[in-house]
Design a protein around this ligand. Sequence first.
Ligand SMILES: Cc1cc2nc3c(=O)[nH]c(=O)nc-3n(C[C@H](O)[C@H](O)[C@H](O)COP(=O)(O)OP(=O)(O)OC[C@H]3O[C@@H](n4cnc5c(N)ncnc54)[C@H](O)[C@@H]3O)c2cc1C
Length: 404
Amino acid sequence: MSRLRRDLRMERATHRIEGTPRPRFDLAAMLAATPAAAGRLRRDPRGEERLALVPGTLRRRLDRTQRVAASAVAAPAAAVAEMAPKLVVIAEPAYLVAVVPDAPGGRLTPHDRQVIGAARLLADAGGGAVLALGEMPGEDLAAAGVDRVLGLPVAGYDPEARAALLHAVLDGLDIRHALLPESADGADLARRLAALTGETLFAGAESLTAKAVTRAAQGRRIEQRRAPPRLITLAADASAPHGGAPHEAIPVVFALPALMPGAILSAEFVPADPARVGLDEADFVVSAGNGVRDFTAFRALVEALNATPGASRMVCDAGLMPRAAQVGASGTVLDARCYFALGIAGAPQHLQGVARCEHVVAVNTDLHAAMIERAGLAIVADAQKVMPALIEALTGALAVEAQP
Ligand SMILES: Cc1cc2nc3c(=O)[nH]c(=O)nc-3n(C[C@H](O)[C@H](O)[C@H](O)COP(=O)(O)OP(=O)(O)OC[C@H]3O[C@@H](n4cnc5c(N)ncnc54)[C@H](O)[C@@H]3O)c2cc1C
């Protein structure tokens, strides 16, 4: 049997462009060797660049994360769906861990979210589920880590009736642990529950795991530690909120007993004057910094927004606002739901004072100010122009509302 001999000269000639010594590029072979052809996605730098721009402009999007979002965008839809957080479903929970959030106005507070986070620790340790009890907070309970929800009828301000209702739920649903925030309302409710059930309450837990709860006692000279009992209240900032995938937050069917009114005959909500409320108790604080020059407009804006006035140290040092209005590490640390900072740079000492605020809005001429970085909503403009514009918008809206 004869074997064909390779003609190397001929092979070299076929790889050259005729009449020239230039090699011929075999595109098909080259493409076959590329990662795209091998099934891997090719980067599209032009597409990435286009996606980095605000649509219809040549302005780049502000990417605070410094991550290349384009790599995610360039991924196929299936890959994006894969990256989306999956819903955690606990179909048949081994037991229930109840949380009773304060949820003022139907919204979870940061403290409520921490209590749900702590309840998740207790539930996840043994295949349990977290059950939220209350006036069905409008917030996204699923993202907060709640598996089941049981709406309780609104008892107004009647803690006795509310405690009796919760007592019935705790026994009826055979709840293993019940967690409440150690807040004014939560602490009161927990003590009433303890008196009704005759159980021990571990009040003001400062750390919590599936195996132990701890708290300080006797001027922090002693640390008390025990296995988690059924009734626990959690101190603020004692546990992290749930940061994982959302849970399903489906309603639970339970026949609630009739609401039995307690001994309180009437309770009225007495609105406090925000201008006189202490900064540590204020819900909405509007603060002036060194970028504010028009303090008449600032005071008018605070009044129009029905907020409590605050200030940076610079402004207090200059005598433009009282020392009691100073927000920050050496002033007051806020617990407000919303903080509106006008012309404040956002020095670390100031930011310490707003660390617990849920929403931060900032007005600053400097796009790169730390306060803008901290804010959820920012207006990059002169505060002297924003203040009258806001007052005008607010008074206009109020006038429309007042029309018959
Ligand atoms: C030990 C110590 C403790 C401190 N404690 C505190 C504290 O408790 N609270 C506190 O606030 N500070 C505190 N400070 C001071 C802090 O470091 C800052 O100096 C201070 O917060 C700065 O105040 P400011 O942002 O108002 O002023 P600046 O730093 O002068 O910033 C002014 C901001 O306004 C912006 N601006 C200027 N013009 C305009 C305009 N027309 N419209 C809109 N924006 C404009 C500027 O871009 C800038 O970002 C402390 C400092 C020390 C050393």
